[in-house]
Design a protein. Structure first.
Ligand code: AMP
Length: 397
């Protein structure tokens, strides 16, 4: 029996799950918050036992990893007796540039590539590397696997990933579209192929990952042919706090009018825009919808703009693939927001989509929400990035 530890490091956080690879059960999961700042805290959730909270200073990720391993082996709150029971560690890593299109067992070369991509993922890649090195130090000899968020997008054809800017910027700096949420898009597209019984060789699938971060992918035979995020996760759909597509001249205009730097405006586009920016209410879609239902016009505008852009992208991807066999919804909004799905699908009747409105009320499990007569299958497929990382890890070690 193989137990895999899945690690997702952010700049000041570390999320983990210990997964039994045979049963695919989660044995424990948890979160370290405020690493490197005051008030660090570990919340450990062993399955079938009570939550266990450790409030202890975590000066860096190395200490966080040690506390996680202590919690996993704790005699009261733990789920294993010895860290030797962990056979491998799978790490979510943001960016591998154009180097890796698959997950890979970490060695010195892999770490070098992750380091070389710091510029492309300045918030995530350094944290991801620290997480890998902390696990190597705490569990010497245990294989570490890097699972890249950009891997799925690497199969995009050149016409989809090139920006129409001087080619030398692509050649010199790798400025192109990469796409993100790759682990989720890959997992959900595979699940969709199985669940909707599609031809794995040539089926055309659109996955709508609609959460706080949101992106859409188009894939043929399980290979990504286009996806909405770009050089960074800012491009594409309207998100919780991210603007998605804007005319780049908007940046210059705000800089001039508000006397701000490019970095400041980029920060605004990343953190203060999206449905938060339009509504002024919240980045959380539930709050925005609540405000809309109470008559808030800006909240209504935010939701309508969000839905409109999803419909537009689906249309673009149907065109890009010259057809579509199935559309899948996933992530916080995609899995749970019955009304958002209804609104999106009501803009796609031209595709011959017929919604099963009863089935669409279900949540949290793989569900076909189109009728048998529908020309395109539509389903809800809960994403599970941790399980996807654990599966990739097991496959490699
Ligand atoms: P994620 O980033 O995938 O965790 O998704 C988070 C987003 O999903 C938040 O904006 C939530 O408001 C939204 N969400 C979660 N549950 C629901 C729900 N039942 N209805 C509408 N939105 C939801």
């Amino acid at each position: 029996m193989m137990k895999v530890l899945v690690i997702n490091c952010g700049s000041s956080s570390l999320k983990y799950q210990l997964i039994d690879s045979q049963t695919e059960e989660v044995l424990a999961k948890g979160l370290c918050e405020r690493i490197g700042i005051d008030g660090s805290k570990l919340t450990h959730k062993p399955t079938g036992k009570e939550d266990y909270v450790v409030e202890s200073p975590m000066k860096d990720h190395q200490i966080a990893v040690k506390l996680v391993l202590d919690a996993l082996t704790d005699k009261d709150h733990g789920v294993i007796t010895d860290i030797k029971e962990i056979s491998a560690v799978g790490h979510r890593v943001l960016h591998a540039g154009q180097v890796y299109s698959d997950s890979i067992v970490v060695n010195e070369d892999v770490k070098r590539v992750i380091r070389e991509c710091f510029d492309l993922g300045p918030l995530h890649n350094p944290a991801n590397l620290i997480g890998i090195e902390a696990c190597e130090a705490a569990m010497p000899g245990v294989p570490q696997v890097a699972v890249f968020d950009t891997a799925f997008g690497q199969s995009m054809p050149k016409k989809a990933y090139l920006y129409a800017i001087p080619y030398e910027y692509y050649e010199k700096y790798g400025i192109r579209r990469y796409g993100f949420h790759g682990t989720s898009h890959s997992f959900v597209s595979k699940e969709t192929i199985k669940f909707a019984n599609l031809n794995p060789e040539n089926c055309k699938v659109i996955v709508c990952h609609l959460g706080n971060g949101a992106s859409i992918s188009a894939s043929i035979g399980g290979k990504c042919v286009d996806t909405s995020m770009g050089l960074t996760p800012l491009e594409g759909l309207i998100m919780g706090t991210r603007s998605g597509d804007v005319d780049p001249a908007v940046v210059q205009y705000i800089c001039n009018k508000e006397n701000k730097t490019v970095d400041e405006v980029l920060n605004i586009l990343n953190k203060k825009s999206g449905v938060l920016g339009i509504s002024g209410v919240s980045s959380d879609f539930r709050d925005v919808t609540k405000a809309e239902n109470e008559g808030n016009e800006r909240a209504k505008a935010a939701n309508e703009a969000f839905i409109y852009r999803v419909i537009k992208y689906i249309g673009a991807y149907v065109a890009a693939m010259n057809g579509v066999d199935a559309i899948a919804f996933t992530a916080g909004v995609g899995e749970n927001d019955v009304n958002a799905r209804e609104k999106i699908l009501s803009g796609l009747t031209y595709l011959g989509i017929e919604v099963d409105h009863e089935a669409n009320k279900k949540r949290g499990e793989n569900t076909m929400i189109s009728t048998p007569a529908s020309k395109v299958k539509v389903c809800v497929i809960p994403t599970n990035e941790e399980l996807a990382i654990a599966r990739e890890t097991v496959a490699l070690v």
